[in-house]
Design a protein around this ligand. Structure first.
Ligand SMILES: C[S@@+](CC[C@H](N)C(=O)[O-])C[C@H]1O[C@@H](n2cnc3c(N)ncnc32)[C@H](O)[C@@H]1O
Length: 198
């Protein structure tokens, strides 16, 4: 079944595959995540695979997974040396404790708030104790998640502390967070939240 990102996959890849070049704060958090992580890593909602490739360049044993077949095709074409799979992060075909790290960068933004507890429970299940989860998302100050008209499909922005609370309820411990001002072309604050499975 086509997903909302299939129709825009090529445009998305064109616009965002080089985004890290101009995002030093994102690179800094990804570097910290890589330094803290030893073992298999999944980039969930990997899109065209640019962040999967970046984590690989930092020495991680990483694969990408995305719901959109078009995104997976682009990721495989751009990074033939890496493994990419089509599937949903809501039901991972992984054993309990199989991963040392999960990256979910702007891939939870379209989930309705009531869907997130089950997704975080799934992330908790597949992470080994001591494993890290790094989230990237649109931020705001309001304690309630705010809907907005994202170009692809309805999305939500979250206050980092509200999201950290939800992750806490799933059993994660906060390690740190980074919030930065929007740069040209962005409308909202951008946040990254790093948590750990105790
Ligand atoms: C905004 S893009 C982010 C892509 C990439 N992580 C980045 O930061 O550029 C969101 C991606 O999440 C994927 N996605 C949405 N829901 C998903 C799900 N349930 N399982 C796996 N991927 C999903 C979409 O297909 C899309 O490629």
């Amino acid at each position: 079944m086509p997903t909302p990102y299939d129709a825009v996959a090529s445009l998305y890849a064109e616009l965002f595959s080089d985004m890290l070049d101009t995002r030093p704060l994102e690179r800094a958090m990804l570097a910290a995540f890589a330094e803290l992580t030893e073992g298999p890593v999944a980039d969930l909602g990997c899109g065209p695979g640019h962040l999967t490739a970046h984590l690989h360049s930092l020495g991680l044993d990483v694969f990408g997974l995305d719901l959109s077949p078009a995104m997976i095709a682009l990721a495989r074409e751009a990074h033939p040396e890496l493994r990419f799979e089509q599937g949903s992060m809501t039901a991972l075909d992984l054993e309990d404790g199989a991963l040392a790290g999960i990256l979910a960068f702007y891939s939870l933004i379209h989930m309705a708030p009531e869907e997130l507890p089950a997704v975080f429970a799934e992330f908790f299940r597949v992470l080994a104790p001591g494993g890290h989860l790094l989230l990237g998302f649109y931020a705001g100050d309001d304690p309630e998640p705010q809907k907005f008209d994202h170009k692809v499909t309805l999305a939500y922005r979250w206050s980092p502390s509200s999201l950290a609370d939800l992750l806490g309820k799933a059993g994660f411990a906060e390690v740190g967070q980074l919030v930065r001002e929007p740069v040209e072309g962005e409308r909202f604050l951008q946040a990254q939240l790093l948590v750990r499975k105790p």
